[in-house]
Design a protein around this ligand. Structure first.
Ligand SMILES: *Cc1c(COP(=O)(O)O)cnc(C)c1O
Length: 333
């Protein structure tokens, strides 16, 4: 069953004091460039360094009488489930593919969860998670296709519109679509005229391709500066696909070069350390792919990045991503 605005208000109560209340700050540089107020919702300041704690905590808090929880995750959802389970005194087993950066694996172990590494794709990790459900009675928490997770992420939409009811556009990083579905549901329930745009990298944009096709499609998983946006939406997707299809006004794709530059902008202009996934909203505006019609907010979704890669980008060096190289360029406004 699709969540409703009431579920998002309920989630706001559940996560209060744990995963809510992040700052919404103006970006003077982006405001100047875009010709409209440009606001940053700083989910990088969450205790786990990413917004995923909202959905994960809301979902884990609803689990009773199970031997624990499990999920498959490219990193931040795993951290969220690990943190939430620890807070609630439950066992958590996080399943990941070999493509996930070591820093994210270490981060999850440090939160007290077990990590199982299986295969080279999200689908292999998912199979391991499903085995744990069948064999050990754990409850699986989907990173995006779960009504409680979507409701939890939707609380970001509530907070933005409570702080700035005049916002006309929301730019939402888009992968499995739990974030975009929840935020769009909250925002449009409060202000039906608001425009919600989902943004992904142009290589392996599963939700964008699926909306185009009219049904969930497989995409090839390729390394990206926006690694948190990688992975499929699940061929059996029940909720986040139809919600994104029906609620998003548009989906937009940005290149690795555009992400590289936007990461420099967020750091040098706003002094914020954030993942590639966070800057796709800035990249879409800076590249002219999205034009603004009023106050606009984007979500700085997380800060759990490889600091070696981050340093290379900030010093203008090339970054190798599998078989492609993103050409380095020193920052210039
Ligand atoms: C998960 C994630 C996203 C995308 O969220 P979805 O609900 O999968 O669309 C964006 N940014 C970061 C940092 C994430 O961890």
């Amino acid at each position: 069953m699709q969540p409703t605005l009431a579920d998002i208000y309920a989630a706001a109560k559940v996560i209060r004091g744990v995963a809510d209340g992040t700052p919404l700050v103006p970006s003077p540089y982006m405001t100047d460039r875009a010709g409209a107020d440009f606001l940053l919702k700083l989910e990088n300041m969450q205790p786990i360094g990413a917004f995923k704690l909202r959905g994960a905590y809301n979902a884990v808090a609803a689990v009773h009488d199970a031997s624990g929880v499990t999920c498959c995750s490219t990193g931040n959802h795993g951290r969220g489930v690990a943190f939430a389970a620890a807070r609630r005194g439950m066992r958590a087993v996080i399943c990941m593919s070999e493509l996930v950066p070591q820093a994210k694996v270490d981060g999850i172990r440090a939160l007290g969860a077990e990590v199982h590494i299986k295969g080279r794709s999200q689908d292999d990790a998912l199979a391991e998670s499903q085995r744990l459900v069948a064999d050990e009675g754990l409850v699986e928490i989907s990173p995006f296709d779960d009504p409680l997770v979507i409701a939890g992420q939707g609380t970001i939409g509530l907070e933005i519109l409570q702080a700035r009811p005049d916002v006309t556009t929301l730019l939402v990083p888009l992968s499995g679509g739990g974030l975009a579905a929840g935020v769009a549901l909250a925002a449009k329930a409060i202000n039906p005229a608001i425009r919600v745009i989902g943004i992904s990298m142009d290589r392996g944009a599963a939700m964008h391709d699926s909306i185009r096709a009219g049904h969930p499609v497989e995409v090839e998983e390729v390394p990206s500066l926006a690694d948190s946006l990688g992975g499929g939406i699940g061929m059996q997707n029940r909720l986040s696909f139809p919600m994104c299809r029906d609620l998003l006004d548009q989906t937009v794709l940005v290149t690795e070069d555009e992400i590289y530059h936007a990461m420099q902008v967020l750091y040098y202009e706003d002094r914020i350390v954030a993942e590639g996934a966070c800057v796709v909203g800035l990249a879409a505006v800076l590249s002219g792919k999205v034009t603004l019609d009023g106050p606009t907010a984007t979500i700085v979704t997380g800060r759990n990045l490889d600091m070696g890669v981050f340093t290379r980008i900030m010093t203008g060096q090339d970054v190798r991503l599998g078989d492609v190289t993103v050409k380095g360029k020193p920052y210039a406004a």
